[in-house]
Design a protein around this ligand. Structure first.
Ligand code: 3HC
Length: 287
């Protein structure tokens, strides 16, 4: 199936990054979030990111204008659902995602593919609440989306070959390297990455060293571009907790038990960079 128009639901950091990347590769994009304020912020962030690329000489002002013309906020879910492919990038909450998939299934033409950017939730389960499980798939991008090369393409038990091929082709056409993964809790990257981040939080909780010490150790000792705690702040501590909860519940293994300190941070509203405070303080930084 040839994709021309993509609907992106959710204007947080992932939805924003997906929308930006899609227009940069020539797709028409309709973007929608329940919060109008977030949608506005997202559009202005995309505009700023593209302007920075113009300043760096990586594209012309004309190209920027052309790309921005491909991006529209969607007035309602019904208009957005008229896209060839809808990608959901809302918060990592199974109940809200199920509701959205039911709604999209009602509103979208029968050919439309419904994709999720979930970090951990079962694609098979999301497909099963629709009348089109063969056209439901996981297309999991990584943060920051315009920069990170990987896309995990997650086939549910019922995803058709045609949907799978379309998703692989779409990721490639957006300059990404797609990797096919089975539908399993947290897929591949987060299955491996999240236990490391969780362990870093246990190390902090046990007072083995402080947050800066943990991050310096992993950056200098393992050549990681960001320390695990800075990365957790970057992803969002609510998302980190949600993914660990899926891993713990679905795998039934104590090694995935979220560190109690992580839960406390989320309860405190210290969600990382987006809230101005996480393991580090971002109150002075521009978001
Ligand atoms: N949007 C667009 N471009 C961005 C960006 C953003 N948010 N952040 C950085 N960039 C670009 C910069 O403009 C720069 O581009 P240039 O080379 O053309 O000038 C390039 O990326 C490098 O940026 P910087 O020089 O500012 O900074 P760094 O070299 O420190 O790189 C980083 C920043 C790429 C974010 C790097 O720190 C990194 O790779 N961090 C780890 C990211 C990671 O692990 N992501 C995966 C998270 S897990 C996930 O997303 C899964 C989810 O399900 C939880």
């Amino acid at each position: 199936m040839k994709i021309k128009k993509i609907g992106v639901v959710g204007a947080g950091q992932m939805g924003t990054g997906i929308a930006q990347t899609a227009i940069q590769f020539g797709y028409q994009v309709l973007l929608r979030d329940n919060s109008e304020e977030l949608t506005k912020k997202s559009l202005s962030k995309i505009e700023k990111n593209l302007s920075r690329l113009v300043e760096k000489g990586k594209m012309t002002e004309e190209q920027k204008k052309g790309q921005l013309a491909l991006l529209q906020p969607s007035p309602d879910l019904r208009s957005l659902a008229q896209s060839d492919l809808v990608i959901e990038a809302i918060s990592e909450n199974p109940k809200i995602k199920i509701e959205l998939f039911r709604e999209l299934d009602k509103l979208a033409p029968k050919e439309t593919i419904l994709a999720s950017n979930t970090s951990s939730i079962s694609i098979t389960m999301l497909g099963s609440v629709t009348s089109r499980p063969e056209q439901v798939i996981g297309i999991h991008f990584f943060n920051p989306v315009p920069v990170m090369k990987l896309v995990e393409v997650v086939r549910s038990l019922r995803t058709s070959d045609a949907t799978f091929q379309t998703a692989m082709g779409l990721a490639e056409s957006m300059g990404k390297t797609p990797v096919s993964v089975k539908d399993s809790p947290a897929f591949v990257v987060n299955r491996i990455l999240l236990p490391m981040i969780n362990e870093a939080i246990y190390v902090l909780q046990e007072g083995i060293t402080d947050a800066k010490g943990i991050d310096s150790a992993m950056k200098m000792g393992c050549n990681h571009p960001m320390g695990p705690l800075e990365l957790a702040d970057f992803v969002g501590l609510d998302t980190i907790l949600a993914v660990l909860e899926v891993l713990y519940q679905d795998m039934g293994n104590a090694k995935y038990h979220p560190a109690p300190l992580l839960r406390k941070y989320v309860e405190a509203g210290w969600l990382g960079r987006k809230s101005g405070r996480g393991f580090f303080d971002y109150s002075e930084q521009k978001q």
